[in-house]
Design a binder for this molecule. Structure first.
Ligand code: 5AD
Ligand code: SF4
Length: 480
């Protein structure tokens, strides 16, 4: 395999820039700066893709607006992970008909994971005539061309073409949100084919960006003042396996840790089958790498894990957790759980609850199984009723909420380092704690006395806790 990742060729980039220039010229003839409105569903990877799309739009001369009535183009970047996510997108697409009535020149675009699926594109084509463009994840580098075709020929464009081992788009500067937190994609796609999951079908195979482009982007983020940077990939632990052993994930973390500047770096998502003791050793040793990990376990029963094609056992998972805590006693851990995988019995579900009690995660993302077309689990017999799954789901939340509260209680009275954010505390309770901040473990801390400290690392004394947050004040000697 190649030592360097396959990137979109210089010729193709130049061709796309040419299409971009033509789009720009089309709008210039209309005599004003065109505005783009973007909306993102789903995971951080999708957020990062939207930032790339915004980068492409900026190159084509677009400005950005937060009011759809001001927009010349609306882009909805979609998620296919569960049916609920798709239903929400269909709801929002429906609303585009009003915007289009008000402004017939509006260009409406659906892209991303959901749009990569043929049955979705067909449904949009037949039932949502006011959607102008549908393009999948593989077509992303061709976006300028797609937009030009739509505008110049005044026709709908559907583009799901592309290689699932598709070349990586480099050289576009993402337009990120202001603030102190940023995403940085280090790889795309997934090779794991967990039997419930649509991601490998809609995002293609794993492709790693090279360490040099990642480091360059990382340095530029630090220079721009970003202080909490999350490295993204569906399975960061297999980073570099397509780079011919040139660099693996722990090595990448070591290199990033050596970048000068004051920052935290974190990452997601980690697959337990590829998480090594070396990963945890490196995390423990690198002071800028947060002692925090999102390590989705999905289920506690070995039979269910096998059916899910996860390729680890509950015991293996527990031994990873134990090792991580032996080298980082304060590490925070979060996880994903699927309740009601086809054929999961109540006894097997109980094994998930038992695992939760053993691990004691800081918090959890819990989902009821949602059948996804094209995956192996789509056809599996699924005898348990929705009501029974919901009961198990509710019980899981109850157990986790108790654990989360107990874990948060342990922080009361402690002095912890936090990064102060821009966001205000919008909750009506505990109103004197006006600022939001995050710990190294990504725990939310509402702070008092933090005005003017946005974007700074400060020590906080934790005074109270709830299931979802901590409350504290800035420690003496930390204010301006
Ligand atoms: N149904 C329910 N949850 C799912 N996830 C992925 N696919 C499905 C599905 N078909 C969950 C997994 C994964 C998280 C991102 O979403 O827990 O880790
Ligand atoms: Fe989906 Fe499994 Fe890949 Fe995660 S590792 S994206 S759950 S197939």
């Amino acid at each position: 395999m190649d030592r360097t990742s396959r990137v979109v060729s210089a010729e193709e980039m130049a061709r796309q820039r040419e299409f971009g220039a033509q789009v720009k010229a089309l709008y210039e003839r209309r005599g004003r700066v065109p505005m783009a409105y973007t909306q993102t569903f789903g995971c951080q990877q999708n957020e990062a893709d939207t930032e790339l799309i915004r980068g492409m739009l900026a190159e084509m001369g677009f400005g950005f607006c937060t009011d759809i009535d001001q927009a010349d183009i609306v882009i909805i970047n979609t998620c296919a992970i569960r049916e609920h996510a798709e239903d929400r997108v269909y709801g929002n697409v429906g609303e585009l008909s009003h915007a289009k009535k008000k402004n017939p020149a509006l260009v409406t675009v659906l892209c991303g994971c959901m749009a990569q699926q043929q049955h979705v594109a067909d449904r949009i084509k037949n039932s949502y005539p006011y959607v102008d463009i549908v393009f999948g994840t593989h077509a992303l580098p061709r976006f300028p061309q797609i937009l030009f075709e739509c505008l110049s020929r005044k026709k709908r464009v559907f583009d799901l073409e592309g290689d699932e081992k598709g070349a990586i788009l480099e050289g576009v500067t993402p337009v990120r949100k202001q603030g102190h937190r940023a995403w940085l994609s280090i790889m795309y796609g997934c090779n794991n084919f967990c039997s419930y999951c649509v991601v490998p079908y809609v995002r293609g195979r794993e492709r790693s960006r090279t360490p040099d482009v990642i480091l360059e982007e990382f340095r530029s983020l630090v220079a721009q003042g970003y202080k909490d940077i999350t490295l993204l990939g569906q399975n960061v632990n297999s980073y570099g396996s397509d780079l011919d052993g040139a660099c693996d994930f722990p090595t990448l973390l070591e290199m990033i840790n050596d970048v000068p500047g004051e920052f935290w770096v974190r990452f997601m998502t980690s697959h337990p089958k590829d998480a090594s003791t070396r990963l945890f050793d490196v995390m423990a040793k690198c002071e800028k790498v947060c002692a925090s990990i999102h390590l989705p376990v999905q289920a506690g029963s070995d039979r269910v894990l096998r059916e899910m094609n996860r390729r680890y056992t509950a015991e293996k998972y527990l031994s990873l957790v134990e090792y991580a805590r032996s080298v980082m006693p304060d590490i925070t851990m979060t996880s994903d759980i699927i309740v009601g995988f086809p054929g999961e019995t109540n006894e097997e579900f109980q094994e998930t609850v038992d695992l939760l009690e053993k691990v004691r995660f800081d918090s959890l993302f819990t989902f009821i199984f949602s059948p996804r077309r094209g995956t192996k689990a789509w056809d599996m017999p699924d005898p348990m009723s929705r009501e029974d799954k919901q009961k198990n789901f509710d019980r899981l939340l109850e157990v986790q909420n108790r654990i989360s509260k107990e874990k948060n209680d342990e922080y009361v009275g402690r002095r912890v380092r936090v990064l102060v954010g821009e966001e205000e505390n919008e909750k009506s309770y505990n109103n004197e704690y006006t600022k939001q901040s995050r710990t190294e473990g990504f725990k939310l801390v509402y702070l008092r006395g933090a005005e003017g400290l946005e974007g700074r690392f400060v020590d906080a004394i934790i005074e109270r806790s709830s299931t979802w947050a901590l409350f504290g004040s800035v420690a003496d000697g930390e204010s301006n």
